[in-house]
Design a protein around this ligand. Sequence first.
Ligand code: SF4
Length: 54
Amino acid sequence: MTFHCKNFDINADRCNKLKGECIPGRRGCVLEGKVKLSEELQKKVDALNDKGKA
Ligand code: SF4
């Protein structure tokens, strides 16, 4: 499946909504809680969330 998010800035390779890296499913992402993430993506989201706690 391919997906194009309107918030993704393809030139800057970043999320305009969250002003940072596009990690689909991350907190605040339009896909948060709506999709089942791959194991690899889930790890990225978890790592990002862990960073936020520190
Ligand atoms: S993080 Fe989510 S909202 Fe942001 S560009 Fe990626 S898919 Fe879209």
